[in-house]
Design a protein. Sequence first.
Length: 562
Amino acid sequence: MFWETLRAARDLGRLHEIASVLVRYGFGDLVRRLGMSHVLEQAGKVLRLKDAEQKARMETPERIKCAFQELGPTFVKLGQILATRVDLFAPEWISEFEKLQDQVPPEAFTKLKPQLEEDLGAAPEDIFVNLNTTAIAAGSIAQVHRAQLESGEDVVLKIRHVGIRRVIEADLRLLSRLAEIAYNEIPEARRFHPREVVRQVTLSLRRELDLASECRNAERIANNFLDDPNIIIPKVYWQYTSERVNVQQYIDGIPGKDLKAVAAKGLDCKVLANRGSNAVLKMVLDDGFFHADPHPGNLFYLSDNRIAFIDMGMVGRLSTSRREQITDLIRGLIEQDTPLVIDVLMEWASDAQINTENLAVEIDTFLDNYHGVSLQRISLPAMLGDLTTIMRDYELTMPPDLAMLLKVFITLEGLGRQLDPDFDMVAGATPFIKRAVLARYKPDALAKRGMRNISDIFNILTDLPRDLRRLLSSARRGALQINVDIARLDQFGHELDRAASRVTIGLVTAALIIGTAIVMTVEGGPTIFGLPFLGFLGFIGAGISGIWVILSVWRSGRDKFH
């Protein structure tokens, strides 16, 4: 407990800042319920100094978005992750989370230069020609500068902000603790799976802090498109790349959001829409490794209707079994196969208690809305969006990798429709789905699955005698254990520990008072204010201990009543 207290103390300033911002945006009750009431009064002083009335007029999703933006990179990333969780949040919340921008004013290059020299092993001017000290883009984790190699190749340097890891790690510690408290103390928060979301944010941010990881992602995706000259992934210059800086090829093209420039350049929008959608669908359904943030800012359109993807910091991964589930779900939606859709949803539900009969009726009604509708008029993201509404009603949670994938599909169709109003994502996805289904039943795939199943059965049978022997041996020795994990029991243990600490301090205080009273009767020795010095110190210590016990009991009772 002592070391935990020290670790908590070093984050106390940041905790106060978080509480202050939340209170200022009208989330004082949440702060209190999360157990941060010891900073609530100080945060309340900030509240009185700010224009709280204007913030109170905002809708709740907008207030939480503004609070996240003010709290910095960790909370911006939290909001961006939440924007992918359409299975947990209603559209108005998703809309606000999508507005969170990972943009900050760039740092002065002079501040970054010592770190950059350390990472490069030489002065930047000795390696790069025409290094632009003015950033061309800046996010909360890193900023980008343009330069040129001595060979004449144009490159960009992505440089991590100085000290950003320490700030983010402190936030992640606090978020993890707050997620545990929210899960244990606020029952209505459990359906939002706070621990799972924070774990997802932690993994994502730690990957993004390693700028070399982005380059590894880029090379993996580039290798998957070696046979496609129409998809460009920036080249990585590994000799200059490390955890805090990466150097990649500069892409000179038309930004994805500049459709006027696309038209002026004479590019074919229909071809661009098809090539872009085919590239993303290939990443998802064929490769199982995809760019998880293909918004217009991460796309460039090049001559000959080629497309370049940049910024591979956020990627998604899908196992073979997960890709099969996605294929089955999309096929079930398109072919209006209710049992197939139900089977996939139940696989995702894990141990959730679901009324499958009611769910089947809901799915049947949902699919019936699309009965007789031509594929060209079906919007796959809209169908998936309606499906997630049903999932929210039944508190069915989508696995994080699939929630991210759904967000990619929605972004992809939006991009396609911008380029081509007649863009048909269902038609584009159909060949990939058919190919994935056929690949599942190829002889070599069937043989591989069969061998794997036979191997699993053989391992179970060969291990069974040994496992039974160990089980019976443990039972005979009385060493058979059954572990029961009850979340509230852990909280009860903490409360019991606190109560025992108070009792101990109380006993020590009583002993100090009695011992000091005896010492006061002894004549001789040093005095202070006419009282024996040791007796005086004893009474001071007893007084401090007594006040601590009284305040501890008072604050604990106050928190309960609030």
